[in-house]
Design a protein around this ligand. Structure first.
Ligand SMILES: Cc1cc2nc3c(=O)[nH]c(=O)nc-3n(C[C@H](O)[C@H](O)[C@H](O)COP(=O)(O)OP(=O)(O)OC[C@H]3O[C@@H](n4cnc5c(N)ncnc54)[C@H](O)[C@@H]3O)c2cc1C
Length: 406
């Protein structure tokens, strides 16, 4: 019964996942049967090669085209396009898996293949993908001393370039050129139509989360709740720093508002800048956006947000039941200030201080009962461990689970 409920409530993304699986299998099978006569291992190698070439590499690239993907996410509601980062990670992992099987099968069929040029370029490609995945994961996990740009973004770019050069030699220069042209066209369009210069209107520094209000850039495109912008401050950026994503909390005729939480290098420098120059008004800012999937309010969904995860919910002002988990009253006030019209703001939790009236302690937080009570499903914007917990509970109780929108 639970399985049936789960299938029913998750039908919108389940059929898309199954369709995708069908496309993967067909692409593999098509080349596999064509080459079976030459030998089983050879057929497996060619099947994986075709899968990589026709499906996986294109799938890996699509989420990188930020503008194109944003348009797809908001116009075409198929292929679960609301999870840009997760999809990119899934396809990246599948690329590595299929490449490993491809190499192994070639070696099993003919060990002499290792002496060929194709093996050399293939090794570069495989090495580059493993470098991107394992290297960035390891540095992220074990040495969070470096900023995101250094431990993740730059190694990723270097790995991608090596991979593409290897791909041009291994498969086809033309296919590589087409893939690159698509990517560059997206970047050019981003630079031309989605990049704006503006200045800070005001800031209100808090202990941990600051409110940043920017003057709305001229010709800034229409934005949807849940969408984000990439911000960069020439005053704090060093040349190698990448732009940082922040969700638009609100937008009116003259301003764009963001909540920024202090985390690492960049946000700490931003906090120092605020401390030196309290208001920071007229400070130049570069804004790129808006990007990402807009959220739609659904009164059958229950919304759970924690910490800075409140930003998409504040932007959405949802109709459904909302649960807000915050550590400090300062963060709660920031939420409440903006969220006066929420019709079903039901239970609120506070973890450290004495809770004010209407707020519960952390020990009273019963995530499972929130999930059980949810009518159709849950949208959660919470730290990863809690996200996994809610996801498991949704699976257990047959509810739909939504998370990140980028
Ligand atoms: C779509 C999206 C929306 C976000 N909205 C908000 C928001 O409204 N308010 C807020 O305070 N924070 C938000 N964040 C997180 C915010 O971008 C990071 O906290 C910030 O960039 C940290 O930078 P740092 O140099 O201080 O810390 P670092 O130590 O460099 O990074 C800390 C962590 O932040 C994330 N991060 C940093 N830079 C990037 C980047 N360029 N792209 C993707 N992830 C990055 C990574 O997970 C990284 O491990 C959002 C992130 C994403 C992906």
């Amino acid at each position: 019964m639970r399985l049936l409920t789960f299938v029913y409530t998750n039908a919108t993304w389940l059929w898309q996942a199954l369709l995708m699986l069908g496309v993967f299998c067909y692409s593999f099978y098509d080349a596999f049967v064509q080459h079976l006569a030459t030998g089983m291992w050879y057929a497996v190698a060619r099947g994986c090669g075709q899968l990589l070439r026709q499906v996986l590499l294109v799938s890996l690239l699509v989420p990188l085209c930020r503008v194109g993907y944003t348009v797809l996410q908001n116009r075409v509601h198929i292929f679960a396009l609301y999870r840009r980062r997760t999809d990119h990670i899934i396809y990246g992992s599948l690329v590595i898996l299929a490449s490993l099987v491809h190499v192994l099968a070639h070696v099993m069929h003919n060990p002499g293949v290792l002496q060929t040029d194709a093996a050399r370029s293939g090794t570069w490609m495989l090495g580059a993908s493993i470098f991107v995945l394992a290297g960035s994961y390891a540095t992220h996990r074990f040495t969070p001393l470096w900023s995101y740009t250094r431990h993740f973004f730059r190694p990723h770019q270097v790995g991608a370039v090596i991979f593409l050069v290897g791909y041009a030699f291994h498969v086809s220069v033309w296919q590589t050129a087409i893939v690159l042209a698509l990517f560059l066209a997206d970047k050019l369009f981003e630079g031309y139509a989605r990049t704006f210069k503006t200045t800070v209107e005001s800031t209100s520094p808090g202990k941990n989360i600051f409110q940043l209000t920017l003057k709305l850039p001229k010709d800034f495109p229409v934005s949807l709740p849940g969408q984000y912008c990439l911000l960069s401050f020439p005053a704090i950026e060093d040349r190698w720093e990448c732009l940082h994503p922040f969700t638009i909390v609100s937008r009116d005729a003259n301003t764009l508002v963001f909540f920024i939480q202090r985390r690492g290098d960049w946000t700490t420098k931003f906090k120092e800048l605020l401390d030196k120059n309290q208001a920071c008004s007229n400070l130049p800012v570069v804004v790129k956006g808006p990007f990402g999937k807009g959220l739609q309010s659904n009164d059958k969904l229950t919304y759970i947000c924690a910490g800075i995860g409140m930003t998409p919910i504040v932007a959405l002002q949802p109709q459904g039941e909302v649960h807000v988990i915050q550590k400090t009253s300062e963060e709660m006030d920031l939420y409440k200030e903006r969220q006066q019209q929420a019709p079903k703001l039901e239970r609120l939790y506070l973890s450290q201080e004495e809770p004010p009236e209407g707020w519960l302690r952390k020990t009273d937080l019963k995530l499972e009962s929130i999930v059980v009570d949810a009518e159709d499903g849950v949208y959660a914007c919470v730290p990863k461990p809690m996200e996994r917990e809610i996801w498991r509970m949704c699976l257990k109780h047959g509810k739909v689970f939504f998370t990140e929108t980028c």
